[in-house]
Design a protein around this ligand. Structure first.
Ligand SMILES: Cc1ncc(COP(=O)(O)O)c(C=O)c1O
Length: 390
């Protein structure tokens, strides 16, 4: 059965970071497959396209103001989809989640402070921390039963008292792990014990396979409201990352005040189009969201089964996101060799494991949010590129 997500869309020459910059991954071939940057190759929900058309017809492109309707849309979505009753005045907005992280680092830490991340994790965390002159404290996650775990005991021994903040990725990128209520609660208690501000990046909250559940940190650990800030967006879940619009949730009024102070130095007026798109996505995108999650789950099944059938390659199980974490250690090859085979022989642009920090050395990250025919094509190309191992 073909679906709206099987539509052939030509992304090349559209200023697409994912499709037009594959040379950055060493893929120069005309028929390169872009499986790196975290965009989906799908059209967004109709409600998003409609609102942008209406903005164009209105032909008014001045500063955006009056945030009541977008606040209501975010709060309704968080309550109906994630069981979290967020009040409109807990929200502020930023130009993307990474920019939001920058604001929070500025607000709640000082140069030289340690900021903890659980690696392997989204590469911009470490980059942003370092760019702000803070120290990256990597807590490498051990694997148990093929899944990552936070090792809070080891982390406790690692802390030297200079740490003021911890950035948590939930759901986790890479590997698509959802955290349980018990794990999040334990993390909250850890932050309280060590006087750390907990920043919960939940940008992938809406990309969850059927039967699984994302639990917001604010729901799992309400007892740490005075040290919790959540950052999220409609950008990943609805494929509108170019809008560079996101929101920050802080229930505690002291935290809200500090965020506003830090925001003042960045310029707080939101992007008109991004705000309209986010509101439309949350208001009219529920059915689309269900459909895309079902499609992604099946893409994952095909990708995992196909790749796991290639000797030496192993895909980590996941129940969220579209970013598969593939271990090449079983090939026995040096890193350069397996990355070359993927980029040059299979002609697939991927993200390099080491960019996600400690623990990523033998991995590559594959984005399978593309039409199914291309997922199958990627599996075929990998089988050929590593065919001599069969
Ligand atoms: C965990 C995480 N946070 C933030 C971002 C990027 O957010 P933005 O583009 O809104 O800055 C990504 C993108 O993949 C991500 O995976």
């Amino acid at each position: 059965m073909t679906t709206q997500f099987d539509k052939i869309i030509h992304h090349k020459n559209t200023h697409s970071q994912k499709w037009d910059n594959m040379a950055a991954c060493g893929v120069e071939a005309e028929d390169g497959l872009a499986m790196w940057v975290a965009d989906m190759d799908f059209e967004p929900p109709q409600s998003v396209t409609d609102v942008l058309r209406a903005e164009i017809d209105q032909n008014i492109f001045g500063y955006y103001g009056h945030t009541d309707t977008v606040r209501a849309a975010v709060c309704d979505w968080m309550a109906s989809r994630h069981g979290w009753k967020v009040e409109p005045d807990w929200l502020s907005f930023s130009h993307g989640v990474v920019a939001g992280l920058g604001i929070l680092i500025e607000a709640f830490s000082k140069p030289g402070d340690g900021i903890v991340i659980f690696t392997p994790v989204y590469h911009a965390f470490a980059r942003k921390i370092a760019a702000k002159g803070r120290k990256v404290v990597e807590s490498e996650m051990p694997l148990e039963d093929g899944r990552y775990h936070m090792d809070l005991e080891a982390l406790q021994d690692q802390l030297d008292g200079s740490e003021s903040m911890l950035i948590f990725c939930s759901p986790h990128n890479p590997c698509g792990r959802l955290w349980t209520e018990a794990e999040i609660k334990a993390l909250g208690a850890f932050c309280a014990r060590n006087d750390l501000l907990l920043v919960s990046d939940e940008i992938h909250m809406d990309l969850v396979f059927q039967g699984a559940k994302h639990i917001p940190t604010g729901v799992a650990a309400p007892e740490i409201t005075d040290r919790l800030v959540t950052v999220s967006a409609a950008s990943k879940g609805f494929n509108i990352a170019g809008a560079e619009t996101s929101f920050i949730i802080a229930q505690d009024t002291r935290l809200q005040g500090e965020i506003l102070k830090a925001q003042a130095s960045f310029g707080g007026t939101p992007n008109r189009f991004g705000m309209r798109m986010m509101e439309a996505a949350f208001e009219g995108g529920a059915d689309w969201s269900d459909a895309v999650c079902a499609y992604l789950a099946e893409n994952f099944r095909i990708f995992r089964d196909g790749v796991n059938a290639i000797p030496g390659l192993s895909v980590m199980d996941m129940d969220s996101t579209y970013l598969a974490w593939v271990d090449f250690s079983g090939t026995g090859m040096a890193r350069q060799e397996f990355t070359d085979r993927v980029a040059k022989d299979a002609r697939i642009a991927v993200n390099q494991g080491p960019s996600f920090g400690r623990g990523g050395e033998s991995y590559l990250r594959f984005n399978f949010a593309t039409r199914r025919a291309l997922v199958e094509e990627a599996v075929d190309r990998l089988a050929q590129a590593f065919g001599d191992l069969q």
